[in-house]
Design a protein around this ligand. Structure first.
Ligand SMILES: Nc1nc2c(ncn2[C@@H]2O[C@H](COP(=O)(O)OP(=O)(O)OP(=O)(O)O)[C@@H](O)[C@H]2O)c(=O)[nH]1
Length: 377
């Protein structure tokens, strides 16, 4: 899952380590040693000749050029616009390392390209870069902390920031809500909506909640049969009307059935027509009005990347969603939709579909996903 994205994040970390590697020395600077190194750095700056042994520490070529190019012959270290070479050397000598803009410039450009080519939405990629830059620039880090740790932490925070938008605990919400809880599923055709409803019914059952399925997809021939197969396999009650009936009425009947039979949750399917269909959107609005669902979940496939993100926004406009389910994450290498949807819609991803079985539903845990993306699990 998301292997392509994992590789790209890993390359970024390696690039930053390469471009900024300064603190790899195992020297533990004492005050005396600090003075020595500071003096050395001063001499080196005055001559504007990079110390060969310290070349990693003294930074990227751009820093060297600016030091040498000072018109008054003073080293750039005195320039208040940046820490400069001397300051960096002094910091290094006292056990600190400073990361500068030029160290990050190229890796950040590469990261941006990598994110965009992974189908991460533009505003999300921008936000990630901004956070990484903020967390790393001018950062004085202890030498004991490797650059890799620093960049990993920055990436961790940046990814978590966009992924965890609006997260809430669905199980807790269901536990605390008046019953029955009505959940309506929206999304386009064939993305795995019906399968996700069946999986969620199984997930709820495992947690002690009963559920009834209501087929609000009265549009598509064969929809009743498809959901009935799941209902029978899971031994759940299915509420369905004739094809062409009113979807709001079916889900309403589902709620009545749940009330009369002490069922905890109503899971309502809806027709998966194109999001551009005004008719469908009007239908969703009607369901919203008539049934007033406790939760509306948008379902789309992770593999659809930015298309899924766009559709999430459009469905959210028609009938406000409370969260998303991303299916087929098992077949998605890019991870773009998983990274982008919550930030763009302001609503969390609640589940990932990771296969075709009823058990293949994974609660979306932002921390867990970020650790996985950064190879920390
Ligand atoms: N690999 C994988 N396949 C999935 C996943 N979720 C659903 N599928 C498969 O995707 C196909 C479409 O799923 P459906 O549940 O029929 O899709 P739908 O959105 O309800 O489609 P309509 O009823 O036509 O709107 C089925 O073959 C599912 O088994 C998943 O998480 N991973």
């Amino acid at each position: 899952m998301f292997d392509g994205l994992k590789d790209k994040l890993s390359s970024f970390r390696e690039d930053v380590v390469e471009d900024t590697s300064t603190g790899q020395s195992d020297a533990t600077a004492s005050d005396d040693a600090a003075g020595e190194v500071e003096k050395k750095a001063e001499e080196a700056d005055a001559e504007a000749t990079p110390e060969t042994g310290e070349s990693e520490q003294t930074g990227a070529p751009a820093a060297e050029e600016s030091a040498a190019a000072e018109p008054d012959g003073k080293p750039a270290a005195d320039d208040s616009s940046g820490p400069g070479r001397l300051k960096r050397a002094a910091a290094f000598a006292t056990g600190k390392v400073i990361i500068e803009e030029e160290d990050l410039e190229e890796p950040l450009q590469d990261l941006e390209l990598a994110l965009l080519s992974s189908d991460v939405e533009m505003s999300v990629a921008d936000r990630i870069l901004e956070t990484v830059r903020e967390k790393m620039l001018g950062e004085t880090r202890a030498q004991v902390q490797t650059t890799d740790q620093l960049v990993t932490e920055a990436l961790h925070d940046a990814l978590l920031d966009v992924i965890s938008v609006g997260q809430f605990d669905l199980e807790q919400r269901i536990a605390e809500a008046d019953k029955p809880v009505t959940v309506v599923f929206t999304g386009v055709n064939g993305v795995g909506k019906t399968t996700s409803i069946a999986k969620l019914s199984e997930w709820l059952g495992e947690r002690g909640y009963s559920s009834v399925l209501a087929n609000g997809d009265t549009y598509r021939a064969g929809a009743n049969e498809q959901i009935r197969e799941h209902a029978e396999a899971l031994d759940r009650k299915l509420i369905a009307h004739e094809q062409g009936g009113d979807p709001a009425a079916v889900i309403y009947d589902g709620v009545e059935y749940a009330e009369a039979n002490d069922v905890d949750v109503v899971l309502g399917d809806t027709a998966g027509r194109l999001h551009t269909s005004n008719d469908l959107m009007a239908q969703l609005e009607k369901i919203d009005r008539v049934v007033d669902p406790d939760l509306t979940l948008f379902v789309d496939e992770a593999v659809a990347g930015q298309d899924a993100v766009k559709r999430a926004q459009e469905f959210d406009d028609a009938a406000a969603i409370d969260g998303s389910v991303l299916t087929k994450a098992d077949a998605d290498s890019s991870g773009g939709a998983a990274i982008s949807i919550a930030y763009v819609t302001g609503k969390p991803i609640l589940f990932l579909g990771v296969g075709q079985g009823y058990d293949d539903l994974r609660r979306f845990d932002p921390e867990e996903l970020v650790d996985e993306l950064l190879g920390e699990t």
